[in-house]
Design a binder for this molecule. Sequence first.
Ligand code: ADP
Ligand code: MG
Length: 335
Amino acid sequence: MTPEIFIKRQCKATFVERKEVIQSLWSGYGEIVRYAITTDLTNPSSSSIIVKHCTFPATTSHPRGWQSDHAHNRKVRSYEVEQSWYQNWASRCNESARVADCYGCYVDDQSGQRLTVLEDLDTSGFADRYVIDNDQHLLSCINWLAVFHAGFIHPNPGLEWPKGLWRKGTYWHLDTRQDEWLAMEEGELKSSAAALSNCLDSATFKTLVHGDAKVANFCFSTDAAVAAVDFQYVGGGVGVQDLAYLLGSALSEKALSENLMYLLEHYFSELGRELMAQGESQAFAQEVIDEWQYLFPIAWADFHRFIMGWSPTHPKNTAFSQLLTEQALSQLRGS
Ligand SMILES: Nc1ncnc2c1ncn2[C@@H]1O[C@H](COP(=O)(O)OP(=O)(O)O)[C@@H](O)[C@H]1O
Ligand SMILES: [Mg+2]
């Protein structure tokens, strides 16, 4: 099936034209392309859609040299999860946790080729991308996370949850990162990796985490409204996993150390407000906040553990990140 034929069918388009490639997918797994479509011959003005087109090359090349079946399978599964997200979950998002409308998903079982046809968020008013140190953009992302996490909160989920998504969201969690764990230097972080991960897994209050909530995966309007894309690693988790990763992606080490307390307070107050707006009691909201506040350094250290195995010379391995990780390890020692 060509993208053009699938788009025609799903969008009832009379005319489809490939415009530009927005981005190649990681490690040569496909591309994100903009198409112009015309849906009504009597009104020839065209509109625009985005297609995430995933293909699976026979040989994979990775910028850092990690190539294993494991990595390949994780990638394949991530595209499957993203389609499942758009087909079965995305419509449950509160309108303040905006995501793209999806016009159709296709998979060719033989080749593994996948097409996901999405609303073009640029033409829906979200044409801006993050620029460094834009406080308003960052606050909008934090608000998005708070609404998203509140909307999918789930105390004591069963084994089936969340159906069709990763049981554990994020692309860095320990179960899927054994190669990187083995590569870590010996020490307390390595020997505590499983304990950190268990702490997150055994949280009472679970929700869906976006799983790759870096600033590059948000699209902004001129008045800083925001929509999120890239749901390949969405799954069960605790909200602070997304928060820790978002903050690390948005801020320099200095800005992070100066503003962390304020930004955490902002997230937790929005989260509490959202939970109560949804009809939860204040006591419930407070329990969630207390648990996740405790888990913030743990979630931070869990990501830091990934960096220390994957690429210890990475710029994300900062002194401040080490400090937060040390705080998590001392929490573990005390527990
Ligand atoms: N529906 C969309 N509307 C507008 N831009 C989009 C849309 N989906 C993706 N993009 C743009 O393409 C980029 C890459 O898409 P993404 O799904 O994040 O792919 P990748 O998995 O390669 O990161 C995004 O960061 C965003 O800028
Ligand atoms: Mg992305």
